[in-house]
Ligand binder design. Structure first.
Ligand code: SF4
Length: 352
């Protein structure tokens, strides 16, 4: 690292650790995206990018490169793939994985680099003596998911800034940076526009990730879906609920799909039970048994909500009637994905 007139010049090693730093474009950015996605020369970067996404899905896939450019490019290929897949939970898992890596790096990083990282993550910060000075607004935004001991009340605050001692409060600084990275990364993926050609070049990898994601979507925990949002339910689930509300009897498959879906997005059993009370052949004891069985309260298996292709087989997919554009997206493979994406409706439409 070199500082010229107070401006920090980043080297390749630092950029490979923090590939979101703007300096990366100066050092490695002179390559066409099409080349990165297609040329043999960059195949290692592509392999690492895919393996990192697989790791976010819980697959033990670790490929490492000591080449700084490869590591930098791998990060940016991952961004493009995640943006193409348009799955907020997968993006979140990747962001969390990367967040933890950044936290470890910041614990032993040089102060000037920490400041550069902060600024890249939109944290207004400066080094002042032995302190990192962060604007109150940015500090508060970053710590919103952290515990009470990070609250403003316990910090040294002066003139609109929070002062964190670089030696004594390094852990706190690392936490602030890692949390800011989460917000930055989610936002970045939402706004990124991957080239249409990405699917053409990485078709096999993308198909494999989609398959893994669909297999593993049952391991998505209710907490990952956030607060309940009935208006974001997919058309197939809304249609089953409407049938119940009209007093119609619904098939076994429809009941199964509805209970598994509602359970996976975190609805309490009492809420699921209340919906089923409107079914004409409602049987108190039987409904209670079925719900407990499907949600794993009785027995060891927690059943997963069926994916779109299974819903079609069950004749429960209604996309051709409602013509909801989301259902026609290339990446729409699961009602849970619909729900998650719809909840984040500010996300611009993904690839067709
Ligand atoms: S495409 Fe999927 S989410 Fe949409 S209605 Fe069909 S099954 Fe439901």
């Amino acid at each position: 690292m070199l500082a010229v007139n107070g401006v920090v010049m980043m080297d390749e090693r630092i950029i490979s650790k923090y590939p979101f730093l703007r300096e990366g474009a100066r050092l490695f950015g002179n390559i066409l995206v099409e080349d990165i996605l297609s040329k043999n020369k960059f195949s290692e970067a592509r392999r690492i990018a895919i393996s990192q996404i697989e790791r976010a899905l819980g697959i033990d896939a670790r490929i490492f490169s000591s080449d700084y450019e490869t590591r930098y490019l791998a990060y940016h290929i991952s961004r493009m793939v995640l943006s193409y897949l348009h799955d907020p939970i997968l993006t979140n898992r990747y962001a969390t994985m990367f967040r933890d890596i950044i936290e470890k790096e910041i614990l032993r990083e040089e102060p000037e680099i920490i400041r550069e990282v902060c600024n890249a993550l939109s944290i207004d910060s400066q080094i002042e003596g032995n302190n990192l000075r962060i604007s109150i607004m940015d500090y508060v935004r970053a710590i919103k998911r952290l515990g009470e001991r990070y609250s403003l009340f316990y910090q040294r605050v002066r003139g609109g800034y929070v002062y964190l001692n670089i030696d004594l409060e390094r852990e706190r600084i690392a936490k602030v940076v890692r949390e800011a990275f989460l917000d930055y990364f989610r936002n970045d993926i939402e706004n990124l526009k991957p080239p249409d050609s990405i699917f053409q070049y990485l078709k096999d990898d993308i198909e494999r990730i989609k398959m893994l994601r669909d297999e593993r979507i049952s391991s998505y925990s209710p907490g990952e879906f956030g607060e309940l949002s009935p208006e974001s339910f997919p058309p197939c689930i809304k249609s089953i609920i409407s049938s119940i509300e009209r007093g119609e009897n619904i098939s076994h498959n429809a009941r199964f799909s509805l209970v598994t879906f509602l359970n996976q997005i975190g609805m309490e059993k009492e809420g699921i039970y209340a919906i089923f009370q409107k079914v004409p052949d409602f049987n108190d004891r039987m409904t209670d048994y079925q719900i407990k069985h499907i949600t794993g309260e009785r027995g060891k298996t927690v059943y997963s909500a069926p994916k779109c292709s299974t819903m079609e087989l069950y004749n429960l997919c209604v996309k051709n009637y409602v013509r909801d554009p989301l259902c026609f997206k290339e990446w729409m493979t699961h009602p849970l994905i619909y729900y998650r994406v719809k909840k984040k409706s500010k996300i611009p439409p993904g690839p067709k």
